[in-house]
Design a protein around this ligand. Sequence first.
Ligand code: GKR
Ligand code: MG
Length: 417
Amino acid sequence: MKIVEMRVTPIAIADPPLLNVAGLHAPYALRNVIELVSEDGIVGAAEAHGGERLRSALEEAKADVIGRSAWDLARLAEVIEQRFTAAPREALRVSGAIEVAALDLVGKAIGVPVAELLGGRVRDEVPFSAYLFYKLAGGGGEGDDQREDRYGEALDPAGMVRQAQAFIADYGFESIKLKGGVFPPDQEIAAIRALHEALGPGTPLRIDPNGGWTTETSIRVGRDLNGILEYLEDPTNTMAGMSATRGALLADGNAMPLATNMVVTAFDHIHEAVLTDAVQVILADHHYWGGLRAITQLGRLAQTHGIGLSMHSNSHLGLSLLAMVHVAAATPHLTYASDTHYPWQDASDEIIEGGRVPIVDGKIAVPTCPGLGANLDQDALARGRERYDRCPYRERDDRTPMRERVDPNWEFKLARW
Ligand code: GKR
Ligand code: MG
């Protein structure tokens, strides 16, 4: 199944003004869309992180892809790793994206869903969690391309409860994650308590300040929210800090798991995390772990070490979501509902035929049709490309919008509190 063409299309998608420890989301988020075309004209597609740096790395990798069989994935990962020896993390983002598109291509060519190519499904639907953000007013987009602000402003506990209730009404989510690291920890503790009060003890809650707290603050929040949080995600941004937080909480008899997508982001971090008991849940992400097969391997490794598994997300569209769904279906040891930013994206930006992937009762049904289960809508892709050409953004930058809309002197700082 020879690949004869590889296309890389940068697109921009509207993104609401969501706050995090790094600042504020810009009016557009960026993605790169990869298409692989086989000699018999079948197209496999995948979504990757946005930005010009990754785009040019993907362009460079075309030399390794064109002329190769879409089945030749292990060797392809190896040659890409050799091409980018100076940037091993970049190599994984490149080979991961190409792997997803190749699996989509192979699946479409032989009439098999990607979950089956990954070893077969152990579940038919995949649970996702609501991903709440402190948010300014606005629905994303710029100028005459502004989108409806479905969820409104949310800057305090009452706003967060309203946002959670709207997400639950729209999608039926059964677990909730709050993106923290925006306000002083006591305000964010109050938001979690308000959510606990409003949604009841049966709704699992998580908070993720993206390493915005010192070890001392992490321990304090972990003590305060004991019994309320399902897990505490990246309270602090070093392995040593996570380990010290865990040690202090355990000494109190508080076994609240610590989760991460910041201190364990690659296979070579796992050994230290296990030795120091720094992490009890890993948030996997095929976009930077090296693709879908890497996530199934990570699942086995996590299970071996008694570490839980969830999935991390960034602003994305349906192709990335479907890739997550297929790999979740084929990973027995997926122990938590996964993150997704998907509800924050506007339906008019979707680039797959038939529109948005439905989330019902907080879950997505694993497709049974070939490949990822969706075809690219070329008109929608072209509109995404036009949006990219019109907008000024070329890499993710949360600092500039934060300075423009919130505080002209704002500086990114870890740990802020
Ligand atoms: O979209 O603002 C955001 C998130 O903060 C994202 O950048 C993080 O990578 O969702 C992510 C996380 O769980 O850390
Ligand atoms: Mg996180």
